[in-house]
Design a protein around this ligand. Structure first.
Ligand SMILES: *Cc1c(COP(=O)(O)O)cnc(C)c1O
Length: 434
């Protein structure tokens, strides 16, 4: 082990050399220095606002559903490390990848049969788009190469995913002329329980019908739009999309990278609608937050279409495809999830969030409070003052990462009732001060 560096020096070097997500260089605000993490607690290298430990309200961006330093996942990683941490996937295969693929096929909607293992969520979306475009090329319809989505979405930061992110909230203006031009419907009307709006459903049908000749696929986040605005919509619209896609020969892609593995109260958000996509992306909680891994699943019809084309292969193959360490931990994480009554835990957290966030409704400047599954959102009527909101949460002993006008939480499923209440109190404080 190298000699540990003192916190002050680490932070100075970080500022000098290290990019952080969506950050300038050098960074404007100092990140908190985490020394270790266990259960739902992050341990800081030095106290901030009098706290050296924070309850994690973010699951490290939807991923650490079992919390940190979990003995079962540690065992899976250590066991695999002793065999091999990596081996190339071209021409070789191994048990962790095969077991994981079989498990994903078993737990996802019925017609999804084939699994492409990618190394991040954005790449899995790139692969999904490539599958869809290549499918239509193989079938002699190369004009079908555009995508349709609804506004308010988020699908990742690489090129194709960026092109279907919300065109107003995202970085579209910066990239005008450089991004593929996709087709956007209005954002779905808000409310998981709201009755589907017939006029909106008609808009979806009309757009799909009108653009069918040039559309390869419709891609959406089912039920919850995450980083695009943390909004919830009726599962009914997913059925509308399924029917319209079938009627007009367009593929349907569900990006379940944020919603997968129980977060919304169903194992996959598609289950709320009772429909299956042709292609599905998974990531984030796939490895329980341990390692980067994502997966793109598709139906046999899509796989057959591609494999019958002029280039009868799926033209993609990342260096670290099917990484043994990541697939072993992912398989263990899913087994761990399914071995317990995860739905009950998510319901328990949902009830705690509903109770704990209710007082936020009467805070000045709060526009909306919404909860679905283990997701709690307080939306302000103004841009959050990130520094002030973060400080307020840290003072309550909680880690939150607000963005735009949103202060939100999606805690690990192991979060106890007391800690859920504490997270809610911190969200309220952040809403008051941010
Ligand atoms: C996070 C996210 C992605 C991108 O995943 P990365 O692993 O960050 O590349 C794509 N789609 C959705 C819905 C996401 O939440």
């Amino acid at each position: 082990m190298p000699e540990p560096l003192p916190p002050g020096e680490l932070l100075a070097l970080d500022r000098q050399h290290v990019w952080h997500p969506y950050g300038p260089m050098p960074g404007r605000t100092a990140p908190l220095l985490v020394e270790s993490a266990s259960g739902v607690r992050l341990r800081l290298a030095e106290p901030v606002e009098g706290r050296d430990e924070l309850v994690d309200g973010m699951s490290s961006w939807w991923s650490a559903v079992h919390g940190y330093n979990h003995p079962v996942l540690n065992d899976a990683a250590q066991g695999q490390l002793g065999r091999m941490s990596h081996v190339m996937f071209g021409g070789l295969t191994h048990e962790p990848a095969v077991r994981l693929a079989k498990r994903l096929v078993d737990i996802t909607p019925e017609p999804l049969e084939h699994v492409f293992l990618a190394d991040s969520g954005s790449v899995s979306v790139e692969v999904a788009v490539k599958m869809c475009l290549q499918y239509w090329r193989s079938l002699g319809k190369p004009r079908k190469q555009r995508l349709l989505t609804w506004r308010g979405g988020y699908h990742g930061d690489t090129w194709q995913p960026m092109s279907v992110c919300d065109p107003d909230g995202g970085m579209h203006e910066l990239w005008q002329g450089a991004l593929p031009r996709q087709i956007f419907a209005d954002a779905p009307p808000a409310g998981f329980d709201a009755a589907p709006d017939e006029a909106y459903a008609a808009q979806l049908r009309e757009l799909i019908a009108r653009h069918a000749d040039e559309l390869a696929a419709v891609i959406v986040e089912p039920v919850v739009q995450g980083a695009g605005g943390m909004s919830f919509h009726s599962p009914g619209y997913l059925r509308v999309l399924r029917e319209a896609c079938d009627a007009h020969g367009v593929l349907l892609v569900f990006d379940e990278i944020a919603t997968g593995f129980g977060r919304t109260g169903a194992l996959f958000a598609a289950e709320h609608a009772g429909v299956a996509p042709d292609v599905m992306c998974l990531g984030k909680a796939l490895t329980g937050g341990y390692l980067t891994l994502a997966a793109t699943l598709c139906t046999t019809a899509v796989a057959d279409g591609i494999s019958r084309g002029a280039l009868p292969v799926l033209a993609h193959g990342p260096t670290f495809m099917g990484n043994p360490l990541a697939t072993a931990v992912a398989d263990a994480s899913i087994e761990l999830l399914l071995s317990q009554d995860w739905a009950q835990e998510v319901k328990r957290i949902e009830a705690g969030l509903r109770d704990g966030l209710a007082p936020a409704r009467s805070i000045a400047g709060v526009r909306d409070v919404r909860v679905l599954g283990a997701i709690g959102v307080v939306q302000l009527d103004h841009e959050v003052d990130m520094a002030a909101a973060t400080r307020a949460a840290v003072r309550e002993g909680v880690w939150l990462r607000p963005f735009r006008d949103l202060i939100y939480t999606m805690p690990p499923y192991i979060t106890g009732d007391g800690d859920v209440a504490r997270i809610c109190a911190a969200v309220c404080s952040a809403a008051r001060e941010g």
